[in-house]
Design a protein around this ligand. Structure first.
Ligand code: HEC
Length: 109
């Protein structure tokens, strides 16, 4: 599997059992959603997410699977499964709602 290098490796230990969602996020979503590329809502910006979170997880998942606006289906990687895309979404939602510090870790660069 190919990987977009975002320089995340230094100092970040990836726990094997949590790795799927995080890996999907880092490899397929972080590019746009950490820095707000193509006007993507940023993971550390609650204001940008509030109206979207109220749509509910299923609607957000549909947007990820089918694409929406500047976001291609599955973030542009057709080779990931629906389940992997969902794991990436869940990882992202966790980060957005502040339940982990991982998004901030990802932003360190
Ligand atoms: C090429 C840049 C790009 C990539 C890669 C990308 N997104 Fe997005 N994403 C966007 C943009 C732009 C929007 C805003 C779309 C809009 O509302 O018009 C968006 C919106 C979203 C939304 C909100 C959808 C809604 O209905 O409001 C979610 C959830 C989301 N992305 C999750 C993901 C996940 C999960 C991944 C990785 C699998 C990902 N994105 C990869 C650019 C990207």
């Amino acid at each position: 599997m190919w990987m977009i290098s975002l320089g995340l490796a230094d100092g970040v230990a990836v726990a094997a059992d949590r790795s799927t969602g995080r890996e999907v996020f880092v490899q397929n979503c972080a590019l746009c959603h950490v820095h707000g590329v193509a006007m993507a809502p940023r993971v550390d910006n609650q204001t940008e997410w509030e109206p979207r979170l109220s749509l509910g997880r299923q609607a957000l998942l549909n947007a990820v699977l089918r694409g929406k606006g500047g976001m291609p289906p599955k973030g542009g990687n057709a080779s990931i499964s629906d389940e992997q895309a969902a794991a990436g979404l869940d990882y992202m939602l966790e980060a957005i709602t502040g339940q982990t510090g991982q998004a901030r870790v990802a932003k360190r660069r």
